[in-house]
Design a protein around this ligand. Structure first.
Ligand code: MN
Length: 336
């Protein structure tokens, strides 16, 4: 009996831990006053505990009890254009501020830039000063509230860009997409107490607080993040379409359920042909990809024929695995 009570208590605890994802406020890396004289303690405190906290509270409210509550923050951002304004603004607000706090440090607590990031910067901007200038232009020319960004694009290059409100470059609504490794908040709430309307003075100050060691580790993480692949897929709608059919048929075949592929082998062939004839985005332009696309059409054609003539399941399964391998040569590692 006692054992049963302990067990049900444990199960209840487990259920609670695995239930609704609630986003929560991160803590700052340093005390509020540590960022002075560049950003005053009061601004830091209000910015974190009032503004950032409000995005989190509203995000939790917007997703709770809906099917969105099981999604990660990145997944909420990726398809922000299909979500409500409440989800788009508050998921963005939470992500953007979390990155902002992470890359700021007092001067004597900042680390060095990595060799990898320095070479990538030299390639794109020649000099750190010209990156600074580009960020300033992005931030000062931006009308109204928004963010200036340094991002890693799907073809793994660095780029400076800006977005409005709480949007960010992960979102499908952004013109230039990628993973941000540095973000500067250019909402008035980020600087008004100390700098009033002088956005330029604030930008000069915030530049003194950037911890290049953090930005460097963000750079490395972004290069290896599967999210970059997802953003790349977004810029190639035909691969997304093909991937859907592949994902919804292949995993069933793995479990010896052939019904989905029997129903959709023709559709998969059609999507493979559309994919092979589509415009290949820059980030995918390699000779191996072209060869693999031709191979994929051939294998989907053979698979369709095997299905249509009711071939032995082992032949269908083998061909399906071939097509799946070829697809992932093109698309990168399997995520489902
Ligand atoms: Mn802010």
């Amino acid at each position: 009996m006692k054992k049963n009570i302990i067990l049900s208590f444990y199960l209840l605890l487990l259920a609670n831990l695995t239930s609704a994802q609630q986003f929560s406020l991160p803590s700052l890396r340093f005390e509020y006053h540590a960022y002075e004289p560049y950003i005053d303690a009061q601004t830091m405190e209000i910015h974190l505990t009032k503004h950032h906290q409000t995005y989190i509270t509203n995000l939790n409210k917007a997703v709770s009890g809906t099917k969105l509550e099981k999604l990660s923050l990145n997944q909420l951002l990726l398809n922000a254009g299909m979500r409500s304004d409440a989800v788009r603004n508050n998921a963005g607000g939470h992500y953007n501020h979390t990155l902002f706090w992470q890359i700021l440090a007092p001067e004597n607590k900042q680390g060095e830039i990595s060799n990898e990031l320095r070479s990538a910067m030299d390639l794109e901007f020649k000099h750190l000063d010209s990156l600074k200038k580009k960020l300033e232009v992005a931030a000062t020319k931006h009308f109204g509230s928004g963010w200036a960004w340094l991002i890693v694009t799907p073809d793994k290059k660095l780029k400076v860009t800006s977005t409005s409100n709480q949007d960010n470059p992960i979102m499908d609504v952004a013109k230039e997409r990628g993973i941000p490794i540095l973000g500067i908040d250019v909402w008035e709430h980020a600087y008004y107490l100390k700098y009033q309307n002088k956005r330029g003075d604030y930008l000069n100050s915030v530049w003194q607080l950037i911890d290049w060691k953090m930005v460097s580790s963000n750079y490395l993480a972004a290069l290896n993040d599967t999210l970059l692949q997802e953003i790349a897929d977004d810029t190639w709608p035909e691969i997304k379409e093909f991937h859907k059919v592949m994902a919804q048929t292949f995993h069933s075949v793995e479990k010896n359920d052939f019904l989905p592929i029997q129903a959709r082998s023709g559709e998969m062939l059609a999507k493979a042909i559309l994919l092979s004839e589509s415009v290949i985005p820059m980030s995918y332009q390699k000779p191996e990809i072209k060869t693999a696309l031709i191979k994929l059409v051939k294998e989907c054609n053979e698979l369709d024929k095997l299905v249509k003539k009711n071939a032995k399941k082992i032949f269908i399964k083998t061909k399906m695995f071939q097509a799946h391998d070829t697809f992932h040569l093109i698309q990168g590692l399997c995520k489902d």
